[in-house]
Design a protein around this ligand. Structure first.
Ligand SMILES: Cc1cc2nc3c(=O)[nH]c(=O)nc-3n(C[C@H](O)[C@H](O)[C@H](O)COP(=O)(O)O)c2cc1C
Length: 191
């Protein structure tokens, strides 16, 4: 996929096929995060890769899906759940405020996933306390986000913004995600 196609086609995917994601690809995704921009080049973002079935099962109830959808449409059904996760951490011994670095790294990972034909969901609504306990993550790490990953078992497309940011799912299960127009977000062009 070329860059333009990748950027426009990447969408959040929350339903996945029961097909294994090779560990080499998961490590490659983290490597895309590794080379992302970091303020002052101080690189505090670190990761946990999860592929093990039992760990996936334990992690699944600790993340929250698609808060914008009606309750019965949010959570992926059995058989359509993530086949892997990447946990995004900040090593507080290296740097404290790394929010922007995380954003840059995660977007690299999401684009990399789309390039591999994978779907992914960046998740902030997570139970950090229970995740720390489950994965035995030391206190020197702040748990920032979880990225769920797998081969897509749903489609999602951009729609034009019509006054609401709320995404929706149609009867066939396809996701629709409104995005503001280019004209709308360019405050001023000083050409
Ligand atoms: C910081 C951040 C946190 C997010 N947290 C969640 C989450 O906890 N659960 C979820 O299902 N989606 C989550 N999302 C995904 C957004 O809902 C999704 O990006 C948005 O609806 C736009 O869709 P798109 O990624 O296809 O453009 C999060 C996205 C971002 C950037």
């Amino acid at each position: 996929m070329d860059f333009e196609e990748l950027v426009y086609k990447r969408r959040t995917i929350r339903r996945y096929k029961e097909k294994e994601v090779p560990i080499e690809i998961l490590k490659k995704l983290v490597d895309y995060g590794r080379v992302a921009p970091a303020g002052a080049n101080i690189q505090a973002v670190e990761y946990v890769i999860i592929k093990n079935e039992q760990t996936r099962k334990s992690l699944f109830p600790l993340v929250r899906w698609a808060g914008g959808l009606p309750k019965n449409m949010r959570t992926p059904e059995e058989g359509r759940r993530p086949m892997a996760y990447i946990i995004v951490l900040v090593n507080l011994e290296i740097k404290k405020g790394a929010d922007h670095d995380i954003g840059a790294a995660v977007e690299n990972i999401l684009l990399g996933a789309a390039n591999e034909g994978l779907g992914a969901c960046w998740m902030g609504a997570i139970d950090r306390k229970k995740i720390r306990k489950l994965l035995e993550i030391p206190k020197k790490y702040k748990i920032e986000h979880v990225i769920s990953i797998g081969y897509p078992d749903e489609t999602s497309q951009i729609e034009s913004f019509d006054g609401t940011f709320k995404y929706w799912k149609d009867d066939a299960g396809n996701m629709h995600v409104p995005k503001r127009s280019l004209e709308d977000i360019i405050l001023r062009i000083d050409d």
